[in-house]
Design a protein around this ligand. Structure first.
Ligand code: NDP
Ligand code: PHD
Length: 338
């Protein structure tokens, strides 16, 4: 990688955007000039990159011809507005929002799972980064699907508040402090109190009574694994954890499969850390937060089904679920296509 790329990060003052800039630095991505972009609210402020303070620019007035790559994490409506403009100007957009994920000509990519899908990036000059809960699940399930074919997935998520942005992190901290001090709780930003509670609603309810977060896991698993026959049944729950999503996953394979086979398959898989000893299970706080691996433990045979296996999967939603996955997409892009 001797070539350097001029790069814009849209949403650079947000949780995902800031992490994206840290990860670009950490992984030494070949950047010529970095342009951090946000709304007019934050324009004029600075962000730190490689020991320097770089001015945040207003996305409304940015000239997209200046960059070859754009990392977008400022929300769906912002991507809807700016991604076509950037793409038309020759910038390849890696979009973290759900805005373009379900359009058939837009690649939806997890580099450990379906890097080949990137071959279609020129269709629109836009590549979609999947939903955080979906990414960690498909990284762990892909080797099993390749080996024996997965017929059905039942999954319950335990998602941290960082999935809902900076304001939700502040909300959990404030609610916790209020309760500890015997004060009334302000639940703004959540549909119920989140401190010391669990909320079985993430995103809006759809006509089939699943939430949109749950249906994203169905639609995106099909698109990424390239198999619409997999039956996926999710329940997505917000829990009072700051960083890291957990998932209790139950799979039914097309053929009998043993937990020991799953452990062996996953120990050979890219991006996965396996916890073989049942007592040595991973958690969001102790294992996932702050690193890029998908951690899998509690791997055991289903006592109620001959082809069933249970897994507990945790990962850092802001890193592997968003920022790191986008940077990994860019790494494959510049290595194989640009
Ligand atoms: N792949 C995934 O699973 C994930 C995807 N995401 C996506 O990333 C988005 C941002 O998430 P997160 O970082 O947690 O959110 P934050 O609320 O922490 O940050 C939002 C960012 O977007 C910027 N922004 C908001 N409105 C505009 C606008 N009109 N024009 C330009 N910039 C704007 C904000 O800038 P300012 O400082 O000016 O307000 C800020 O930089 C989410 O909405 C979601 O779409 C997030 C998490 C995981
Ligand atoms: N919905 C996820 C985060 C997110 O922004 O997802 P998406 O990119 O699919 O909208 C969460 O709340 O944990």
């Amino acid at each position: 990688m001797s070539q350097a790329f001029d790069v814009a990060v849209l949403g650079a003052t947000g949780l995902v955007g800031k992490t994206m800039i840290e990860i670009l630095e950490e992984r030494n991505f070949p950047i010529g000039t970095l342009y951090p972009l946000a709304s007019e609210r934050s324009a004029g402020g600075t962000i730190s990159y490689k020991g320097k303070d770089i001015e945040v620019l207003n996305a409304d007035t940015f000239d997209w011809q200046k960059v070859q790559l754009g990392f977008f994490s400022a929300g769906g409506s912002v991507s809807e507005k700016f991604a076509p403009i950037a793409a038309e100007a020759g910038c390849v957009v890696i979009d973290n929002t759900s805005q373009f994920r379900y359009e058939p000509d837009i690649p939806l990519v997890v580099p450990e799972v379906n890097p080949h899908a990137l071959a279609d990036f020129r269709n629109r000059n836009i590549i979609a980064n999947p939903n955080c809960s979906t990414i960690q699940m498909v990284v762990a399930l892909k080797p099993i699907h390749d080996a024996v074919g997965i017929d059905r997935i039942n999954v319950c998520t335990y998602q941290s508040v960082s999935g809902a942005g900076k304001s939700a992190i502040d909300g959990l901290a404030q609610q916790t402090a209020s309760l500890m001090n015997g004060r009334e709780v302000n639940t703004e930003g959540f549909s119920r109190q989140i401190a010391f509670n669990a909320i079985p609603q993430i995103d809006v309810f759809l006509d089939n009574d699943y939430t949109k977060e749950e249906m994203k896991m169905v639609w995106e698993t099909h698109k990424i694994l390239g198999d619409d026959t997999i039956r996926v049944n999710p329940t997505a729950v917000r829990v009072p954890v700051f960083y890291g999503h957990g998932e209790a996953v139950h799979i039914e394979a097309h053929q009998p499969i043993d937990a020991e086979d799953v452990k062996r398959l996953l120990s050979e898989a890219d991006g996965v850390t396996v916890y073989e000893n049942p007592e040595d299970f991973p958690t969001q706080v102790s294992s996932a937060s702050g690193n890029d691996s998908v951690h899998v433990g509690r791997i055991r045979n289903d006592i109620s089904h001959p082809n069933g296996v249970n897994l507990w999967i945790v990962s850092d939603n802001v890193r592997k679920g968003a920022a790191t996955n986008s940077v990994q997409i860019a790494e494959v892009l510049v290595r194989d296509y640009l």
